[in-house]
Ligand binder design. Structure first.
Ligand code: ATP
Ligand code: MG
Length: 411
């Protein structure tokens, strides 16, 4: 990668499409030069449900970012989420080719290849294969075994799979919008890439990206990804509870949530009030913030309790010394850290994208976690030279040729 090179992160969210254009500065660090943000039409819970509307949203976001950056772009890194995503940790083992000799990149490739030979239904495909650790002759915790001596090489990998059709619809939408997809990245991995710090990943951390339609989880420990998951619940559910509870149009409920919402009823005074419109032209009414918070609280509690339960199901539940980092648009909700601390019984903070220059005042917002993470991923990823990813023929090639190969830990 060279100074001046441009990388585009495109976040196809349930509520917004965000396009972020970064340019590499003299230190090869990303400088944000263009941002496009448009409401997303055509996505539901992280998957494309209306292709035409999605294409239009992408075009608008990209044109806006291009105008700001004063340049045209032709390719992007894009995120994938949705409740069709599942992940698992698998092991592979091979005998080192030159027994007792030096482990070569070929041995490393072979053992990863072996770990990912999992029985997969035809309608699912592998999105990521990420090495967690290598084990050389029973010695665990090795990040890169190449050059070491050994007889037996094992690897533990994190494999993320998703529905083939969901990935195809994302590809199709982006291509129709006139861009080429450089790579497809699981959204929680991208968000983690933007908001987490290296020591948090080392100590153990749960990242929770609460968006509009999905809540994405990623658990890191000892510097590596250990678990990823996408839950089909998010901020839109809070909004619809408000619309029903206050009998107000959804648009008004959304605005009300952002302006007056709080995730914990006992954090707000009873005497604070605001007005909301009624449905179907009915007159405005006065509502106390306490009432609004009492509508929001149970849904936030449900989202976080579900997340906590899924985290506890993994073997890392008790080992997250760095606690929980919340991001995504819903992390803006007042009081969310306090209620999350009560539910997780761990320290909680709100994470914003960091480590970029340029339009930092705009970009340091949890809603840009995925798009900035995609940019950072793009920078790391393009240094990867070991194996072709097979991205180009993903749409039309056979399932095997679409499999992702990750021979380098990117975290
Ligand atoms: N100030 C705020 N208070 C409460 N909620 C907010 C605030 N700002 C944004 N949100 C909520 O954040 C959500 C959007 O977040 P985000 O942009 O991260 O989602 P998305 O990426 O479009 O969706 P997803 O990741 O689920 O596909 C919306 O539900 C919105 O109501
Ligand atoms: Mg999102």
């Amino acid at each position: 990668m060279a100074k001046g090179e441009r990388i585009v992160g495109l976040d196809l969210g349930t509520t917004k499409v965000a396009a972020v254009i970064a340019e590499l500065d003299e230190n090869l660090e990303p400088r944000i030069v263009g941002i496009g943000l448009t409401p997303s039409h055509g996505m539901r819970r992280g998957t494309v449900v209306n292709l035409e509307q999605t294409v239009e949203s992408i075009k608008r976001a990209v044109v806006e970012a291009e105008r700001m950056a004063g340049c045209k772009v032709d390719s992007c890194y894009v995120g994938i989420a949705g409740s069709h995503i599942s992940s698992m940790n698998c092991r592979g083992v091979v005998a080192v080719e030159k027994a007792g000799g030096e482990i070569t990149p070929k041995d490393k490739a072979r053992v990863i290849e072996q770990a990912k030979t999992i029985g997969l239904p035809l309608d699912r495909e592998i999105i990521h294969v990420i090495p967690i650790e290598f084990i050389v002759d029973d010695q665990p915790g090795i990040l890169d075994p190449v050059g070491m001596f050994g007889k037996r090489l094992e690897v533990e990998v994190h494999i993320v799979t998703g529905a083939v059709t969901s990935a195809q619809n994302i590809y199709r939408s982006i291509e129709r919008a006139g861009l080429r997809v450089k790579d497809l990245v699981l959204q929680p991995l991208a968000s983690a890439n933007a908001v987490l710090e290296a020591d948090e990943k080392e100590l153990g951390v749960l990242l929770v990206d609460i968006g509009g339609g999905t809540t994405d989880m990623a658990i890191f420990k000892e510097g590596s990804i250990r678990h990823t998951q996408v839950l089909g619940i998010g901020g839109e559910h809070i909004t619809s509870d408000i619309a029903i509870g206050l009998r107000t149009p959804t648009k008004e409920a959304e605005e009300t949530k952002k302006r007056y919402g709080c995730a914990l009823a006992n954090l707000v005074d009873e005497d604070q009030t605001f007005t909301v419109k009624g449905v179907g032209g009915r007159s405005e009414k006065q509502v106390s913030r306490r009432i609004l918070a009492s509508i929001i609280e149970p849904r936030v509690e449900e989202i976080l309790t579900l997340t906590n339960r899924e985290m506890k199901k993994t073997e890392f539940g008790e080992l997250l010394a760095a606690g929980v980092v919340l991001t995504g648009g819903s992390a803006h909700l007042e009081g969310i850290e306090t209620i999350a601390e009560q539910i997780f019984d761990l320290p909680v903070k709100v994470g914003k994208p960091w480590g970029t220059s340029g339009l930092t005042d705009i970009i340091a917002d949890p809603i840009f976690a995925t798009s900035v993470g995609l940019v950072r991923y793009g920078i790391g990823k393009q240094n990867l030279t070991l194996l072709p990813s097979g991205t180009e023929d993903r749409l039309f090639g056979n399932i095997l040729s679409r499999m992702r190969d990750w021979l380098k830990e990117f975290f």
